[in-house]
Design a protein around this ligand. Structure first.
Ligand SMILES: NC(=O)c1ccc[n+]([C@@H]2O[C@H](COP(=O)([O-])OP(=O)(O)OC[C@H]3O[C@@H](n4cnc5c(N)ncnc54)[C@H](OP(=O)(O)O)[C@@H]3O)[C@@H](O)[C@H]2O)c1
Length: 162
């Protein structure tokens, strides 16, 4: 099973502000939906609370250290390894680490593919993307302009590593 990471990052490394996303990028959300639909997604409890509901047509695996936490429509795991194992045992071919920062940091060593939206601005924020580690090779890159539904220009990049 491939473990992939999907994230949107500003030029100065910001991914979040005040518990939520610091931008409005509807084409990025659409792409996120297309890429992750039908798959297992792994997310931190804080990211889950920001989203506010299980994402439909995906198996939502939420990480939390709170004992006995139950979230309707989600599976809750007390460790990243257990969540990855659950996806693997379910026959998943590609599971997605969808953040936030605390989860990206722990998961990055497991990730062999990275779907990265570079948000072409420097922006104020309080949550930053951790180091991506070494060995990434750029497979594809596509640029999009800002418009009425997308606050900033973006570059969508796919990387992989051995
Ligand atoms: N730009 C993007 O693409 C993007 C994507 C996702 C999120 N974000 C942003 O990122 C921010 C949230 O990130 P964050 O770093 O604050 O929080 P987070 O990673 O979403 O969640 C952290 C929580 O996850 C649980 N957790 C983490 N590692 C665990 C482990 N190994 N085992 C069990 N539980 C574990 C803990 O929950 P408990 O406290 O319940 O124990 C921890 O408090 C928000 O602003 C959000 O909008 C941005």
């Amino acid at each position: 099973m491939l473990v992939s990471c999907i994230v949107a990052v500003s030029q100065n490394g910001v991914i979040g502000k005040n518990g939520t996303l610091p931008w409005r990028l509807s084409s990025d959300l659409k792409r996120f939906k297309e890429i992750t639909t039908g798959h297992h997604i792994i997310l931190g409890r804080k990211n889950y609370e920001d989203i506010g509901r299980p994402l439909p047509n995906r198996v939502n695996l939420v990480l939390s250290r709170k004992e006995n936490l139950k979230i309707e429509g989600c599976e809750v795991f007390s460790s990243l390894e257990k969540a990855i194992e659950f996806a693997k045992e379910s026959g998943e071919t590609e599971c997605f680490i969808i953040g936030g920062a605390e989860v990206y940091k722990q998961a990055m060593p497991f990730c062999k593919r990275l779907y990265l939206t570079s948000v072409e601005t420097s922006i104020d924020g309080d949550i930053f993307m951790p180091s991506l580690g070494d060995g990434w090779v750029l497979d594809s890159e596509e640029k999009f302009s800002a418009d009425e539904k997308n606050q900033y220009a973006t570059t969508f990049k796919v990387f992989s590593r051995k």
